[in-house]
Ligand binder design. Structure first.
Ligand SMILES: N[C@@H](CCC(=O)N[C@@H](CS)C(=O)NCC(=O)O)C(=O)O
Length: 214
């Protein structure tokens, strides 16, 4: 049995929720994190010593780190769709997952927390503008990549699209006037036609606005 630990409105949990939906897998969700439940209980720390969500359990197997969970699901259940058995082809998806984690996400989280999650009176406008500029540069780079192909890894949707597009949805929808580069926008519109993306990611997140607690 598959079980997912983490509140569904958490950025990193959403990656796993979307991958599970793409693969049409049944799972039990445990609403932990934030007010929903303590991540420092001995029971949770036994699953993830980093006290972070998401965590996926697949019977006795325990997997943490959101992009690793996406990779695990794709490898275990998505060999015909999200995953490629060819090492080079798979790397086309993986490099964008690693880029999301190491480059895009830190700057986006600075923007999201600085602007969206911080109450208006406490915002640091200079830090917000700097983070917004860095995010714009990241999406310009992605735009140049997507000029030549419809999805991040090539002609078809793969696991590589998931982490970057989770970020993109919030970037476009959090109410800031951000640039929407042409090919990134077309990619977003392509993804919006996917039922799994619409059902799991294109959802309101205004309960997080102006809220600094998890
Ligand atoms: N690198 C980790 C980061 C995990 C992370 O920071 N998760 C946040 C939610 S997005 C969390 O656990 N927050 C604590 C909470 O929600 O209580 C991953 O990608 O899984």
């Amino acid at each position: 049995m598959l079980e997912l630990w983490g509140r569904k409105n958490a950025y990193n949990v959403q990656k796993a929720v979307w991958a599970l939906a793409e693969l049409q897998l049944d799972y039990v969700q445990h609403d932990v994190g934030s007010a929903a439940g303590d991540l420092t209980s001995p029971q949770f720390l036994a699953l993830n010593p980093h006290a972070r969500i998401p965590v996926l359990t697949d019977n006795d197997a325990v997997v943490w780190e959101s992009n690793t969970i996406v990779r695990y699901l794709a490898a275990a259940y998505g060999s015909a769709s999200l995953w490629s058995g060819d090492a080079l082809e798979r790397s086309y998806a993986e490099r964008w997952m690693d880029w999301e984690l190491t480059k895009l996400q830190p700057d986006f989280i600075a923007l999201f927390w600085g602007y969206y999650r911080t109450p208006q009176e406490a915002r640091d406008q200079q830090a917000i503008s700097a983070a917004q500029q860095r995010c714009a540069q990241h999406f310009e780079l992605l735009d140049r990549h997507l000029e030549a192909q419809p999805f991040v890894a090539g002609e078809t949707f793969t696991m590589g699209d998931i982490p970057v597009a989770v970020c993109l949805y919030r970037y476009f929808e959090m109410g800031l006037a951000v640039d929407q580069p042409q090919h990134v926008l077309q990619w977003y519109q392509r993804l919006a036609q996917r039922k799994a993306f619409a059902d799991t990611i294109m959802q309101p997140f205004d309960d997080l606005k102006g809220r600094l607690d998890y």
